[in-house]
Design a protein around this ligand. Structure first.
Ligand code: NAI
Length: 484
């Protein structure tokens, strides 16, 4: 029997988890549960990451966590246990499947437009590192990391999953028209990986166009892969298409540890009333069973759920308000009572179970993800982010005195828009400028040259941060200012 870790969570968590496990037990799902302590009361006991050391070691040894929603205490300077868990264990792919469920009325179900979209969202990087600084009293900066190895992990997972699912199309959503280097890298990796999957139609779409098309023709999409923040927004949009968060399962997939959970929160307004809808957690449970190779068991319970929904049975949060709603326990019992039944619409194919090697192994050290670096790389300059409320010409005058005969001042920009050597007086300024110095003739310079330039610049300005300008493979590894 495969062992998994189960954290019931806070609020309605224990109610919906008990309901789901009662369904699993009735179906004789061959899993052994190790219940672990995570969530609000664990924070309250003083564990700042929201889990006990015993919980962490149990999850790391079994490799699978099935979890209910958890509350993050407000204003105590602690981070969400949900986000900590995803990041600590490198569950790099967030997979969320959105399907029409008969019995759950939506605009699309009424119009007869079927939805079956899977969103794969990168789960670690992007602005979710939370690396943020105030550069001046007026200017906040968030660092957005998109890495080649991180993109490779999630995109390879998306292609592999799409192939197994029998998908025809895989689409990369992005904003590479604006963020040419970060989203550009993600898109480049997408098409690199696509070469290994000629059977899949791989294409890309700008994320705003994607949103517009998803709400008008969701049936055109199959698997969509996105960076973290864009994926976060697009996946909740898709939840809305199929009936809300109560029907939105989620899987956080990593190489060693994977986490299965519902997307909704702890619903404090209905906690303890036994009226919560366990469907999203149950759907997440199906994802977990399939991940563990328990295809037949998963399809049998899923068909019972679909049959139950089709027959109009519902909890209080959805369905026909003129018919009596069931409470959480009764809803679970109704599903159990429908074991063996097959829904009229989109029954799940019953594939046979296959054995999946458990992922419980220990790592000796942190895996280093690194792709081969090009050897023809060198530094050609630096961007200095300075605090100033002067006019661009005054700043340029001072900067030009510090170039040491080695650098040229190429551009000054404010909020990314060039304001020197050319620009417009109609551009509003904030008290933070980016001054770009490049070496004359773009010859290689050293970090020591940059430190010397820095020492001169700080005689006039507070330099809030710097970024080195690299050239790799003959190409500039930095963006131009708008208007440059
Ligand atoms: P929420 O999802 O808990 O509630 C929003 C609304 O949806 C409420 O009216 C609630 O009653 C309803 N609802 C949610 N799940 C339901 C279900 N299964 N059945 C019936 N109705 C349901 O979102 P909210 O209020 O923003 O967050 C409450 C807490 O949950 C916060 O502490 C938050 O940090 C936490 N949270 C945890 C998540 C996780 O563990 N993955 C995700 C989102 C929020």
């Amino acid at each position: 029997m495969t062992k998994i870790a189960v954290a019931k969570g806070d609020g309605i968590g224990p109610e919906i988890m008990d309901a789901v496990l009662s369904i699993f037990n009735a179906a004789k799902v061959p899993l052994e549960y190790e219940f672990v302590d995570m969530g609000k009361w664990v924070f309250d006991k003083g564990y700042s990451n929201g889990m006990t050391p015993e919980a962490q070691s149990a999850i790391e040894s079994v490799g699978i966590l099935f979890k209910g929603p958890m509350e993050t205490p407000k204003g105590k300077g602690v981070k969400s246990v949900n986000v900590t868990a995803r990041k600590t264990w490198n569950t790099y792919a967030n997979k969320r499947t959105f399907q029409t469920l008969h019995g759950v009325d939506t605009v699309f179900s009424k119009a007869g437009i079927p939805i079956d979209v899977t969103i794969v969202r990168e789960n670690i990087e992007d602005t979710y590192g939370g690396i943020e600084h105030m550069l001046t009293q007026d200017v906040a900066l968030s660092r957005r990391f998109i890495t080649r190895p991180g993109s490779l992990q999630v995109i390879k997972y998306a292609f592999e999953m799409a192939k197994k699912k029998g998908a025809k199309r895989i689409t990369c959503g992005h904003k590479a028209n604006i963020m040419k280097i970060t989203d550009g890298l993600f898109l480049e990796v997408f098409y690199e990986v696509a070469k290994d999957y000629p059977e899949l139609k791989a294409d890309d779409i700008i994320v705003d166009d994607l949103c517009m098309k998803l709400v008008s023709r969701p049936d055109l999409f199959d698997v969509v892969v996105l960076t973290n923040l864009q994926g976060d927004i697009v996946s909740d949009l898709c939840a809305g298409l199929v009936g809300g968060l109560g029907f939105a399962p989620s899987a956080n997939i990593g190489d060693h540890i994977s986490i299965f959970e519902a997307v909704h929160g702890t619903a404090p307004d209905i906690t303890g009333k036994n009226i919560a809808n366990p469907t999203a957690l149950l759907l997440s449970g199906f994802g977990m069973l399939r991940h563990l190779g328990l295809m037949e068991t998963s399809a049998m319970i899923e068909n019972a759920l679909l049959y139950t929904l089709e027959s109009g049975v519902h909890t209080g949060d959805f369905g026909d308000k003129s018919t009596q709603s069931l409470n959480t326990t009764e809803f679970a019992q109704a599903i159990i009572g429908n074991f063996g039944k097959v829904p009229a619409h989109h029954p799940r194919p019953v594939l046979s179970n296959h054995y999946v090697t458990p992922t419980n192994f220990k790592l000796e050290k942190n895996p280093m993800l690194e792709t081969v670096e090009k050897d023809d790389q060198y530094i050609v300059g630096v961007d200095m982010f300075i605090e100033s409320n002067e006019q661009p010409n005054q700043i340029a005058e001072k900067c030009l005195q510090h170039t040491m005969g080695l650098f040229k001042l190429v551009t000054i920009s404010n909020r990314g828009t060039q304001v020197w050597p050319t620009g417009s007086v109609f551009t509003n300024l904030v008290n933070q400028f980016r001054c770009r110095f490049e070496s004359i003739g773009e010859v290689p310079v050293t970090q020591t040259d940059i430190v010397e330039l820095y020492k001169l610049m700080i005689t006039d300005y507070k330099v809030a941060s710097t970024e080195i300008l690299n050239v790799w493979g003959g190409k500039k590894a930095y963006s131009l200012a708008q208007g440059q």
